[in-house]
Write a protein that binds this ligand. Structure first.
Ligand SMILES: C[S@@+](CC[C@H](N)C(=O)[O-])C[C@H]1O[C@@H](n2cnc3c(N)ncnc32)[C@H](O)[C@@H]1O
Length: 226
């Protein structure tokens, strides 16, 4: 079996186990997972573990999230990304999440492709994510920026989805303000080693409704709202 066949088998095995995490997998999510090469977003010495469903170390003491966590974020019961959506991802890290979102909102050949803006605060990781995004062919659908993501990205607001991949003690107000009406914000909120994954929807009357998606453990959000 060649290495691409082996990767495909590993991907299919992971997909078949996502039910354990109560993830309702749809066809677009499965297609995105089959398309994005996670092995290109991990460090070279972790390549053989790219399809183990666990967080893996990247640079600067940070991690690429576990596969099931990425799938929870893009699932219909969470952010439910649609083709054409404009997304703000906070905590670009390796760029993998951003590429997965890109497959959901701007699959190749779509008439009205969306776009992903991914913000990372650590310069070394900004370069890492940019390089990973370019080499895997997502450069036209994903823009990686260096900034403090807690402040959002006013220039491109409002966003249909704001996805935060680092844990905050509170919900940064700029992120609420930068959502479209009907838009969704997902963010881990809580203490250093344990948080609740919170899904917030901006309702048509400009109020916000909140849903708890369960317990998670993310690295901390730093910057103004850290
Ligand atoms: C769990 S990692 C994200 C993994 C990433 N989504 C991926 O696909 O590899 C969390 C990231 O959030 C970044 N981060 C923390 N605070 C931040 C902030 N205020 N603004 C932007 N990025 C931040 C960290 O540097 C780290 O890279």
């Amino acid at each position: 079996m060649n290495s691409q066949d082996k990767i495909l088998e590993e991907k299919k095995r992971i997909l078949s186990k996502l039910g354990y995490h109560r993830i309702s997998l749809n066809e677009r999510m499965a297609d995105a997972f089959l398309k994005v090469p996670r092995e290109e977003f991990v460090l070279g010495n972790y390549m053989d573990r790219a399809y183990v469903d666990t967080p893996l170390p990247i640079l600067a003491g940070q991690t690429i999230s576990a596969i099931h966590m990425v799938m929870i974020y893009i699932s219909p019961s969470c952010t439910d990304p649609q083709i054409g959506d404009k997304i703000l991802e906070i905590g670009a890290g390796s760029g993998y999440n951003a590429a997965m979102f890109a497959e959901m909102v701007a699959p190749e050949g779509s008439d009205n492709p969306g776009h992903v803006y991914a913000i990372e605060i650590i310069p070394e990781l900004v370069e890492f994510a940019k390089n990973n995004i370019e080499k895997t062919g997502y450069g036209d659908r994903v823009t990686i920026l260096q900034s403090d993501g807690g402040l959002g990205f006013q220039q491109e607001a409002p966003f249909d989805i704001i996805s935060v991949a680092a844990a905050s003690k509170t919900i940064p107000p700029p992120l609420l303000e930068q959502l479209t009406v009907g838009g969704k914000l997902v963010i881990p909120v809580g203490k250093r080693f344990y948080q609740e994954l919170v899904l917030i929807t901006r309702d048509p009357d400009n109020k916000y409704s909140e849903r708890n998606m369960g317990g998670v453990a993310f690295v901390p959000l730093t910057g103004r709202y850290g």
